[in-house]
Ligand binder design. Structure first.
Ligand SMILES: [Fe+2]
Ligand SMILES: [Fe+2]
Length: 138
């Protein structure tokens, strides 16, 4: 079996909020699926469907976080939602290119998606951990 692009590593990626951590693992799985398709030389066929799934799941996950922000009156909500909107637009661009047959998935795309997720989790998501835990969000 080919090496995974990303692995779920609780030490560097876990927020400790269960619902969020499960969804982040699913996002990692989807990114790994695209990587596996690339390694098999099948990304031209498989990228459109995988990126559709990634885009849909990302929208669902961001809504999950944003609903919690609204419920607990999270102070950094506006900036965080803005980041989400930018990240969704970036995946939508890849999705559009894949659908048009213009996306050549290589390591550049894969490293982009890896940072796309990792940087947001570590940069923005980690900031809400205390606020969510203070409201007993799991
Ligand atoms: Fe997140
Ligand atoms: Fe987020």
């Amino acid at each position: 079996m080919a090496a995974l692009l990303m692995e779920w590593n609780p030490a560097t990626l876990a927020t400790g909020i269960n619902s969020v951590d499960q969804q982040h693992q699913k996002l990692i799985d989807l990114i790994n699926r695209l990587h596996a398709a690339m390694l098999k030389g099948r990304s031209r066929d498989e990228a459109p469907a995988i990126l559709n799934d990634l885009a849909d799941y990302t929208v669902m996950h961001f809504k999950h976080e944003e609903d919690i922000f609204d419920r607990i009156g999270y102070a950094d909500s506006v900036a965080h939602k803005k980041q989400h909107a930018d990240l969704v637009a970036q995946v939508a661009d890849l999705q559009d290119d894949a659908k048009a047959g213009k996306l050549a998935v290589g390591m550049e795309t894969m490293e982009f998606l890896k940072s796309w997720l990792t940087d947001h989790i570590q940069g923005a998501d980690f900031k809400y951990i205390d606020a969510m835990k203070a409201h007993n969000i799991a």
